[in-house]
Design a binder for this molecule. Sequence first.
Ligand code: AMP
Length: 504
Amino acid sequence: MRLIHAIEDHALTNPGKGAFISNGSQLSYGDLWEQSEKIASYLLKQSLKKASPILVYGHMEPSMLVSFLASVKAGHPYIPIDTSIPMERVVKICESSGAELLINATNQELPAKLPSVRILPFHKLNGHEPIEKAVSADFWVKDDENFYIIYTSGSTGNPKGVQISANNLESFVSWMLRDFPINGQLRFLNQAPFSFDLSVMDLYPALASGGTLHAVTKEMIAKPKVLFEELKRSNIQVWTSTPSFVQMCLMDPSFKEDLLPELSVFLFCGEILPATVSRQLLERFPKAKIFNTYGPTEATVAVTLVEVTPELLDNYPTLPVGKEKSDMRIIIVDENVQEVKDGEKGEIIIVGPSVSKGYLGQPELSKKAFFTYDGEMAYRTGDAGYIENDMLFYKGRLDFQIKLHGYRMELEEIEHHIAKSRYVKAVVIVPFTLNEKIEYLIAAIIPAKHSFEKEFQLTAAIKKELSDALPSYMIPRKFAYYEELPMTANGKVDRKQIGEKVLL
Ligand code: AMP
């Protein structure tokens, strides 16, 4: 599969067909192709460093897609930056990625200045004079060259950029279109913002197969009535989201076949898919198939799949994440990186062509997580799991990376930023878990000297500082203050006791 060529084919054979619908505006395949040509040819004249990344800032505007395609046509990977990412974090991404340009795909000015990059407003670029000749395919990103870079939470306090090449992405998209019933110019839901790799699960399978993406924006998601009206209008056939998002939708009894009568496939990834959620979906959407998939951003979205049928639910109270895609291998290893026997628990290692070449500009960090195995790229996931009946089962994390409402984050990154506050002497972050699901985060803090009368004022001041550095989904919901942090008998912070105190 050659992704950009596949998109070109659809633009040539069916230019009027909708590629992306967002907030009532439609971008056709023809427009996607033409506008990205114009911007790619402009980018080629900017004498940028070879293959240097281009930041694309926005939410779910059609101009985001155009900018992605323009970047890769001009030979540059893009870094998607959602508007929910605070500017302090964007500055870090600019600096660590070495990007020279940022395309602002929104209609507004950026909320703050960025010192190291040139800012190109999309509407000015797109208004540029028509181009005389097409951008040669020789410039297009290909093979092992980076196609996109997605930044995820890093335990050192800085986000890390996962490099995904054209080969990585094409291996993933080919698998999606071959092993899932989605290859027929279908209508796809686009719920995850582009800075999360879950969005890649709908974006490129849709574009490569000539389908149409229908976005639901964060403003719509914030208002259930508006969200449901938009879902109704979308009449989508393929649903991709985190289990958390569909669980939220299921709270409304009208989330059933009548709302989306043509919905035929649910794709889930990113966190545990509870059996109860699957059962409800099978009841409310009797014609739809449900797939659980598993994978980290570092191995291009997902590498295993299993169809969740009533039989599977009867056989496994905790669902498996399934079987690996045919060109990949999943290995379970012990602490000495030795393979364990089937059925034994260990760390999940992913091997094969979907595995990234590493974190951009971070050789030390990359060395810890990536290695070669039998001549192929391999990634240490930090996930615990075991293999039984040829299927992988996920058994939690081996470190402090967590998923909260579908968002990936490192507790150490949050601790790092809270510890920098002038109001804080020491901090640990404790996830509060109910029925094996993390409900919210608790910041257990020993405060520094301060002049606030009430704890809630202190909390407000720390939260305000945090909001400059972290996206809102990473800011703990509860703050608990201590003179000393409670310790267990063996001298570790007693996380359980902290959780219990907050509940009181
Ligand atoms: P991300 O890079 O945001 O996709 O997060 C990757 C992590 O999410 C994995 O390393 C797992 O810890 C978790 N994850 C992904 N898919 C699943 C799944 N189907 N079930 C349980 N956890 C999952």
